[in-house]
Design a protein around this ligand. Structure first.
Ligand SMILES: Nc1ncnc2c1ncn2[C@@H]1O[C@H](COP(=O)(O)OP(=O)(O)O)[C@@H](O)[C@H]1O
Ligand SMILES: [Mg+2]
Length: 427
């Protein structure tokens, strides 16, 4: 057998990428590669910083759209706090939980207990199965008591958690004499609206500050990508590629994750097509793929009716002359589509709720408009993205492959009539 290390099949150098890991989403860049977040870093540090001096920290909630650096900055500051604390002889742990995966209290506490135990000499066995939340809390308190003076707990995507009891448990732990260790919680959510539900669910014991991270502008995105240019082989990135990528990403969402993903995808495209450089064309194609993926991800949990409603709105925008449509207009086209795909339509009220959910997810924007004296107010919906991307993303759903093309949809329309949906009948 050939010596594997010397097998020519695996010897050729990647013509496009040199250090591709720099473009992975989970990659935490060095401090000097973090761009434009000095104020945010300082604000987070100000809230949890007391921990480094052996004093009680504040809890903090970070809000902001995806790709604004919330996860990165939280981890970065937590790690620096840990190091600073250690420098002062304080044993400080950092725990990170992605609540979109650990989406129940049991899963989250299990993960906290297991990661807390990791690297300590805590002897008790922590079962992965067959025990409940309370038992995991017991382990958490015991490990904290035995091995730590303080801990920073990052609960990322906290809105995905099915209840917020954990915030209460963590913030009351000292008061309830579960542990003497100081606990600082950094909660992160992409949804500003989570605040409202949070206010209702937790009491004042989770006293916390709120921080808002804003989308990046084109020049920040450019610098973020420039700092990772060495992911590519020298001279592979054609002039202007990064600028274009930054401009596209800034125009859409100011999302650094997406900008980096597009850059990576463009590299993959270049490699697949045997090109020696990554060109503006590769960027444009990659951007489209990324956008469709994003929509698909956002709508992955949506009902078939929500998807058909988005499809109806997209087809209106493509075939019509406006950017915004009323609930009633979307509903009528939706009913036509249901007929074509032999699906029973839900009620207009039901569809209205589905649209509201999509607005919450950020796929559409809905705006209330006064319709004049006798008409009442109604909602106007617009797509946040290119309607053709919605069409493609919805069509990827296996059960909807048979959807008619959008130009045929206008023909299926029942005659428009009746007053538009009055909001008051829905709220
Ligand atoms: N200020 C920044 N400087 C450098 N890279 C950044 C910056 N902000 C975000 N990134 C990178 O962009 C991606 C998305 O950031 P992330 O922190 O995951 O965003 P969020 O948690 O807000 O969705 C990550 O790969 C991250 O490393
Ligand atoms: Mg994140």
């Amino acid at each position: 057998m050939a010596d594997q290390a010397g097998d020519p099949l695996f010897q050729s150098q990647d013509p496009i990428f040199d250090r591709k890991e720099l473009l992975h989403v989970g990659h935490v860049p060095d401090e000097d590669r973090i761009v434009g977040r000095d104020d945010e870093i300082e604000s987070v540090a100000a809230e949890i910083g007391a921990i480094t001096r052996g004093d009680p920290p504040n809890n903090v909630m970070i809000y902001g759209k995806t790709g604004t650096g919330k996860s990165l900055i939280s981890r970065h500051v937590a790690t620096r706090a840990q190091n600073a604390a250690r420098g002062n002889g304080i044993d400080c742990g950092v725990l990170y939980v992605d609540c979109s995966e650990a989406n129940t209290e049991t899963r989250t506490t299990r993960q906290l207990a297991l990661s807390l135990k990791d690297g300590t000499d805590y002897r008790e066995n922590i079962p992965v199965r067959g025990v409940g939340t309370m038992e995991y809390y017991q382990h958490i308190w015991a490990i904290l008591e035995d091995c730590f003076d303080a801990v920073v707990v990052i609960l990322d995507e906290i809105d995905k958690l099915d209840n917020s009891n954990i915030l209460m448990q963590l913030s009351r732990a000292r008061e309830a004499r579960k542990t003497d260790a100081y606990i600082g919680v950094i909660g992160i959510s992409n949804k500003v609206k989570y605040r409202e539900t949070l206010d209702e669910r937790i009491d004042s014991s989770f006293g916390h500050r709120e921080l808002f991270f804003h989308p990046y502008d084109a020049s920040q995105l450019r610098e973020i990508m420039r700092n990772r240019e060495d992911a590519f082989q020298p001279d592979v990135l054609a002039d202007g590629t990064i600028e274009l990528c930054a401009a596209l990403a800034a125009k859409k969402h100011g999302d650094a994750r997406k900008a980096i993903e597009i850059l990576k995808e463009a590299g993959e495209l270049a490699r697949r097509t045997g090109s020696e450089t990554v060109s503006e064309d590769h960027i444009k194609q990659a951007q489209e793929v990324a956008e469709i993926n994003r929509i698909e991800e956002l709508t992955s949990g949506a009902t078939v009716h929500a998807k058909l409603a988005l499809y109806a709105l997209a087809s209106h925008i493509i075939t019509g002359e406006r950017e915004t449509y009323k609930t009633r207009e979307i509903y009528q086209r939706y009913v036509g589509i249901c007929d074509l795909v032999a699906t029973d339509p839900i009620t207009e009220n039901g569809l209205y709720r589905q649209l509201k959910e999509q607005a919450f997810l950020g796929v559409i924007e809905s705006e209330k408009t006064g319709g004049g004296r006798s008409q009442g107010s109604y909602l106007l919906h617009r797509l946040v993205t290119d309607p053709k991307h919605i069409v493609k993303a919805v069509r990827r759903d296996a059960s909807l492959e048979e959807l008619p093309t959008y130009d045929r949809l206008a023909e299926t329309e029942p005659a428009t009539g009746g007053r538009d949906t009055d909001l008051s009948s829905f709220d």
